[in-house]
Design a protein around this ligand. Structure first.
Ligand SMILES: Cc1cc2nc3c(=O)[nH]c(=O)nc-3n(C[C@H](O)[C@H](O)[C@H](O)COP(=O)(O)OP(=O)(O)OC[C@H]3O[C@@H](n4cnc5c(N)ncnc54)[C@H](O)[C@@H]3O)c2cc1C
Length: 394
């Protein structure tokens, strides 16, 4: 083969189909699971689809990505939603984002929060800190940090906030004192809003349907149920059976520690990479909320997010929760699924380690692609976009 693609998640699938579209068919995709889709797979649970990698919604902005995905699940089979996401803050279910919706809280709380934002380091012109916990306080003020952002982040990342850097936080909207005051006086959100105000979700299926179809359309060019267990990085022989000129790696680099790789310096860089595992748990009752999903900063609850399936998945009931496996304490018999690899962690030294790993890979004609190949938080539309762009380049 010219190319062997490790992993049939959105990035590997997009790359494979983009090669085909260019008339290149000397490739093979190797996937350990029985169905393509990676973290975006769905299963049928209690009569309806459930997204086993957690709540998944397609962002609407990238036309190239939509064009590719609509070839497999046509546009008319998707429903467009205006995002409703909320935060359960103490007794109030308030809209997301927190800082733009303070007006939904009792007056005394509003005053406390506004006062705290006025004292935030960024509003007082203090230098930006390098550590995650200090950055949150600097950006949003000590009260939002203490009562919402730090507990929520502790839950989703499984503690260890002191390990995280700040280089990825540009995604958070800017919070100015002026916008906050405007919002509490006018009693409506003001200022910059976060991304994904609209999203697409399949009308009759789970999010996994489109990826499953993309996998099926590859025919003999994909082999499922086949974990990659051995790679010789010099000869590019995989599982002693398949050989390629170039390997496209979308599986976690930490899995490469099981293969025979050298030098030791590379292993040291891989060992520095960290990740969070997420357990999904199904509950059969409907919740009294219009939200598609609800964030839960309350540290006495093990789950950090609830996905209200009955509010976005046609003819379904029930909801599921997302729990960092480090927080899972109570036993129950609910249907559940654990994703060992859910979130790459943005640890302080990560950018340098990833750069060194990708440099080694490039020298060996191996390319890192997608969430795990680049060890970056990215949504599926971004993973697809990267797959398309890589096929354009090579
Ligand atoms: C809780 C949660 C919520 C999310 N919400 C959204 C959302 O709302 N919208 C959105 O667009 N994105 C969302 N994402 C992100 C989305 O899941 C990823 O962007 C996308 O799955 C990345 O695709 P990928 O192909 O790079 O990686 P993956 O989907 O992880 O695919 C990697 C593939 O490699 C395979 N693999 C691993 N090891 C081996 C091995 N040894 N041998 C063979 N195969 C192997 C895996 O089985 C998998 O199929 C969310 C992610 C999480 C965890």
């Amino acid at each position: 083969m010219k190319y062997i693609i490790l992993g049939a998640g959105p990035s590997g699938l997009a790359f494979a189909h983009s090669l085909l579209a260019k008339g290149e068919d000397s490739f093979l995709v190797i996937e350990k699971e029985a169905v393509a889709g990676g973290l975006c797979r769905s299963m049928n649970v209690d009569g309806s689809p459930l997204d086993i990698g957690g709540g998944h919604f397609l962002d609407v902005k990238n036309e190239t990505v939509k064009k590719l995905l609509f070839q497999f699940l046509p546009e008319k089979e998707w429903q467009l939603f205006n995002r409703i996401s909320t935060i359960q803050y103490q007794a109030t279910e308030m809209d997301y984002p927190f800082e733009a919706n303070l007006f939904q809280l009792p007056i005394d709380k509003q005053i406390d929060f506004v006062e705290s934002i006025a004292e935030a380091g960024c509003n007082k012109g203090l230098p930006m800190p390098d550590l995650f916990e200090e950055w949150i306080e600097w950006k949003l003020g000590s009260l939002i940090a203490k009562e919402y952002m730090l507990p929520y982040n502790k839950k989703i990342w499984g503690g260890n906030l002191d390990k995280l850097g700040t280089y990825w936080l540009y995604k958070l909207p800017n919070v100015s004192l002026r916008d906050t005051l405007k919002s509490v006086i006018e009693k409506k959100p003001a200022g910059e809003m976060p991304a994904h105000a609209k999203f697409l979700y399949p009308k009759e299926y789970g999010y996994g349907e489109v990826w499953k179809r993309m996998g099926e359309a590859l025919g003999e060019r994909i082999i499922l149920n086949t974990p990659v267990t051995e790679i010789d990085s010099k000869t590019k022989i995989i599982n002693q059976k398949y050989q390629a000129d170039c390997i496209i790696n979308t599986i976690p680099w930490t899995e490469w520690m099981k293969f025979n790789i050298s030098p030791d310096a590379l292993k040291e860089e891989i060992k520095k990479l960290d990740y969070a595992s997420i357990r999904i748990e199904y509950h059969e009752n409907n919740l009294e909320t219009k939200a598609h999903w609800v964030y839960l900063p309350d540290e006495s609850l093990e789950e950090h997010r609830i996905l209200c399936r009955h509010n976005f998945c046609g003819n379904s009931k029930g909801y599921w929760t997302e729990i960092n496996t480090k927080n899972k304490k109570q036993k129950n018999n609910n249907w559940n699924y654990t994703n060992e690899y859910a979130y790459p962690l943005n640890t302080i030294g990560k950018p340098e380690s990833v750069k060194n790993i990708l440099n080694w890979a490039k020298e060996n004609n191996i390319i890192g692609l997608g969430r795990w190949g680049e060890w970056e938080h990215m949504n599926s539309d971004v993973a697809v976009d990267k797959g398309i762009k890589l096929a354009n380049i090579i």
